[in-house]
Write a new protein. Structure first.
Length: 203
């Protein structure tokens, strides 16, 4: 059953603590992209370990972006060569970062969405903790939304664009903006279903 997480900060200092250690290579074939994982320092104590675990679990799933055998991914620590960083940021820091790329994450005046900037995947703590209305109403586990938002924003980093719901009752494509609503589709965090790339019409 879906349970709302407890209180959490809406803003932070914009400084980061990075996950330590190096993860295994995720995927069986293809070019290797290395990434770091970080959380804003005022939330890192409570969030970084679980955020890192969830990122590793999501991106290492054969239904994720490694599923096609066209790429491999590996988490590396700070100080290592890397291609992109996945940040968990408070709502206000997310708003500021995304605004540098011309994106407005606000909904009704509150920082709502996550975003991707070149080399930076920014996950909004507001959504990481609270999910979104369509998921909540459907009693969909918070972990499903977390996998979705990681795959969606990493998908942008890998060159994927937004897609639309392909038909009522069908799984939502990972690159659909599910944070704003499912549009008649069913929640789905994975870009590969039954071993095949699953997509919707371009937006």
């Amino acid at each position: 059953m879906y349970q709302l997480p407890g209180d959490f900060p809406g803003s932070g200092p914009g400084t980061w603590k990075y996950a330590t250690g190096q993860g295994g290579v995720l995927g069986r074939a293809g070019g290797l992209r290395r990434f770091r994982v970080a959380a804003e320092t005022n939330i890192a104590g409570a969030e970084l370990a679980e955020f890192t675990r969830m990122v590793d679990l999501t991106l290492g799933d054969p239904r994720s972006w490694i599923g096609g055998g066209q790429r491999r991914l590996q988490r590396v620590p700070a100080g290592s060569a890397y291609d992109f960083t996945i940040y968990l940021a408070t709502g206000e820091t997310t708003r500021r970062l995304c605004a540098t790329g011309g994106m407005d994450t606000r909904l009704d005046g509150v920082s709502y969405t996550s975003c991707r900037l070149p080399g930076r995947v920014v996950i909004n703590l507001n959504r990481w903790r609270l999910s979104v209305p369509d998921y909540v109403r459907g009693r969909i586990e918070l972990s499903v939304y977390r996998s979705y938002v990681v795959n969606h924003e990493v998908g942008h980093e890998l060159g994927r664009n937004h897609e639309r719901c392909p038909g009522r009752g069908r799984p939502a494509p990972t690159m659909q903006q599910q944070t704003y609503g499912l549009g008649g589709c069913r929640a789905n965090p994975w870009p590969y279903l039954d071993g095949r790339r699953y997509t919707g019409p371009p937006l």
